[in-house]
Write a protein that binds this ligand. Structure first.
Ligand code: GDD
Ligand code: MN
Length: 363
């Protein structure tokens, strides 16, 4: 009996995402975007860059934005620094001296986290701006990122664009991204993806003015994009814009924090959209439901299944032992290893979730 339960849970854990992956890959990934792109379209962009103690990378980051292949008159940059103790704000001021770029430097007196900084910046977005792009100090865009983003926003259905991620250094992160990049892009072609990347997230300014953005602890990237999708707009990750993120600090904390943000998104954003009368039903609902399952429920099936398997194995079940041995040897396969790790991060994130400070930032 226990063996059967253990096997059912474990098999369900793996078969649902595999079936979804197969479906996404075969049915969606090669579909056309169904978006009226216009290469000539040239909206005004506001880039929002929050910083806390970024003196090591800030100049390079500013140069990277400055060197975008996009007319300077169509760009403004808002840097919000939250009382950095390493002189980040001064470096920004000094950098800006001889640059012909519209740059506002806002300084928070006290550090209240990334979200608070973004909200402050949003109040300063100039009224002519059509697209707001959120980014991080440790992210580097390809030269044509804004240019490529512009063409998508020519279609009024498009509400937000996030870039595909490439990581420098660690390679397991690469494969995490390759597997998940594919799913995100497939979902985006079907309608929208609920997962968005903070290093490059562009949102139509009109939506922000009309409806605001989620403002709960832990809501930035993904919650913003999901909210836009619930409004009925396309909120998509595209494959022709690539962003590199430096990997710094503790991988464990970063992964757990990222998992926490995802979980909070799946627990809160839909209800928030409904409460604020910002929810329209669409094909995105199906994607949301399965991703909700994959993030909130599915990891636990694995955990409980594994515990039961170990229990039966300890009580002499050869079947239990066999499955555990096969499972462990599958860990030699990278994508399997990456998947299992992600499940562990999701579980840790859920256990730690509302009580810890990773959500509110620490590095
Ligand atoms: N102004 C301000 N105030 N900026 C902050 C604060 C703060 O209190 N805390 C962090 N930041 C800035 C950092 O300086 C950086 O530019 C950006 O927010 C992201 O911080 P990182 O330290 O690079 O965090 P990360 O790489 O782990 O964050 C990733 O996951 C987050 C959660 O999903 C990124 O993808 C983020 O964009 C994402 O929000
Ligand atoms: Mn980062």
């Amino acid at each position: 009996m226990l063996e059967l339960a253990a096997l059912t849970l474990t098999l369900t854990h793996f078969s649902i995402p595999l079936a979804y992956y197969w479906h996404a890959k075969s049915k969606w990934l090669n579909k056309p975007w169904n978006i009226q792109v216009n290469e000539e379209y040239k909206p005004k962009f506001t880039v929002i860059l929050p910083t806390y103690n970024e003196s090591e990378v800030i100049q390079e980051r500013l140069e990277n934005i400055y060197n975008q292949d996009y007319p300077k008159e169509f760009m403004e940059l808002i840097v919000v620094d939250s009382a950095s103790t390493d002189g980040t704000a001064d470096l920004v001021r000094r950098w800006a001296q001889d640059k012909n770029l519209s740059l506002k430097l806002l300084e928070e007196k006290r550090r209240k986290g990334k979200l608070s900084a973004l909200q402050i910046a949003l109040k300063e977005v100039s009224p002519e701006s059509e697209v707001v792009v959120f980014t991080d100090a440790d992210a580097f865009w390809e030269k044509d990122a804004l240019k490529k983003t512009a063409k998508y926003f020519a279609d009024p259905k498009v509400g937000s664009i996030t870039a595909s991620m490439r990581y420098t250094k660690v390679s397991s992160e690469e494969s995490y991204r390759d597997f998940f990049n594919k799913i995100r892009i497939a979902e985006s072609k079907a309608h929208s993806t609920p997962v968005h990347n903070g290093p490059f997230l562009a949102i139509r300014a009109k939506i922000i003015h009309e409806y605001g953005l989620p403002n709960y602890l832990g809501s930035d990237d993904s919650a913003f994009g999901s909210f836009v999708a619930f409004l009925g707009y396309r909120a998509i990750q595209v494959d022709d814009i690539l962003v590199k993120e430096l990997l710094r600090g503790s991988t464990f904390l970063r992964k757990v924090r990222r998992a926490q943000h995802l979980i909070l998104n799946f627990l809160k954003t839909k209800k928030l959209a409904k409460d604020q009368n910002c929810y329209r039903s669409s094909d995105f609902d199906r994607i949301w439901r399965i991703e909700w399952w994959l993030h909130i429920i599915n990891p636990w099936l694995l955990l409980v299944g594994l515990i039961l398997l170990m229990f039966t194995a300890l009580h002499g079940s050869l079947l239990g032992l066999g499955v555990l041995v096969i499972g462990s040897s599958l860990l030699l396969i990278k994508v399997f290893r990456v998947w299992i790790l992600q499940q562990i991060y999701l579980i840790i994130a859920m256990l730690r979730s509302p009580w810890t400070r990773e959500i509110a930032w620490r590095r």
